[in-house]
Design a binder for this molecule. Structure first.
Ligand code: IYR
Length: 222
């Protein structure tokens, strides 16, 4: 068998009680994550976002194409430009593009077309999905399962940021084409999510909601 290009997996089995403890502890932490719309403008300590982005980049991807880029925006002028363009799209969304049922579903979240968090949050991370890639020789290369891959990477990113003590919002001011232009990114990079990141505001509130129970989530096929 040709084993070139392979290496032993770095893995150690844990004792069952340690597995239990770790699985439970991560769930306790995950359950505290909430989507936040009120941010403090306090800056994020240097280096924290880099580690979180590296964690996102550890996600699995189709044929290991790593079809993602994470753009970090902290410049107030650029944040303002993004806010203005996002609010323009959102005004269209709230005044006709979203149907009645959608508007009603959002009522309990208290959202509207006003997106001041895009300026208040100290950083915006824009997740870009590579629909294809360009090889060094200029040839167009295929990417595979990019929606799945970038979705998983975004999940890793949200959890890493939460784990580091930061609040996030999973924001999709669709259509998001304006971001490709504003950020000067090539046309193969499609905006996937816009994630404001920072500390929550001192007086931040979040909608009261319940999550599905294990009985609702897990179906045991025996
Ligand atoms: N993008 C809009 C609307 C919106 C849509 C969903 I689905 C939400 O869960 C929340 C908001 C906005 O950000 O206001």
């Amino acid at each position: 068998m040709d084993t070139s290009g392979f290496q032993p997996l770095d893995h150690q089995r844990l004792a069952p009680d340690e597995m239990q403890r770790r699985a439970q502890a991560l769930n306790v932490e995950a359950q505290r994550r909430r989507s936040v719309r009120e941010f403090s403008s306090d800056p994020i300590p240097e280096g924290v976002l880099d580690h979180c982005i590296l964690t996102a980049g550890s996600a699995p991807s189709g044929a290991h194409k790593e079809p993602w880029t994470f753009v970090v925006v902290t410049d107030p002028v650029k944040k303002r430009a993004i806010r203005e363009a996002a609010e323009e799209e959102e005004r269209e969304n709230y005044s006709g593009r979203m149907n009645e049922e959608w508007i009603k579903d959002l009522e309990r979240l208290g959202t509207n077309a006003e997106k001041s968090f895009l300026e208040t949050a100290p950083a915006l991370i824009i997740v870009l999905r590579h629909a294809w890639q360009v090889a060094p020789d200029g040839e167009r290369e295929q990417c595979y399962y990019t929606q799945e891959s970038v979705g998983i990477a975004s999940g890793f990113l949200l959890m890493a940021l939460h784990h580091a003590g930061l609040a996030t919002l999973t924001h999709t001011p669709s259509p998001m084409g304006f971001l490709t232009k504003l950020l000067g990114r090539p046309s193969n990079e499609k905006p996937y999510l816009l994630i404001p990141v920072g500390y929550p505001a001192e007086d931040c509130t979040v909608p009261t909601l319940e999550r599905r129970s294990l009985e609702q989530l897990r179906i045991q096929e025996s």
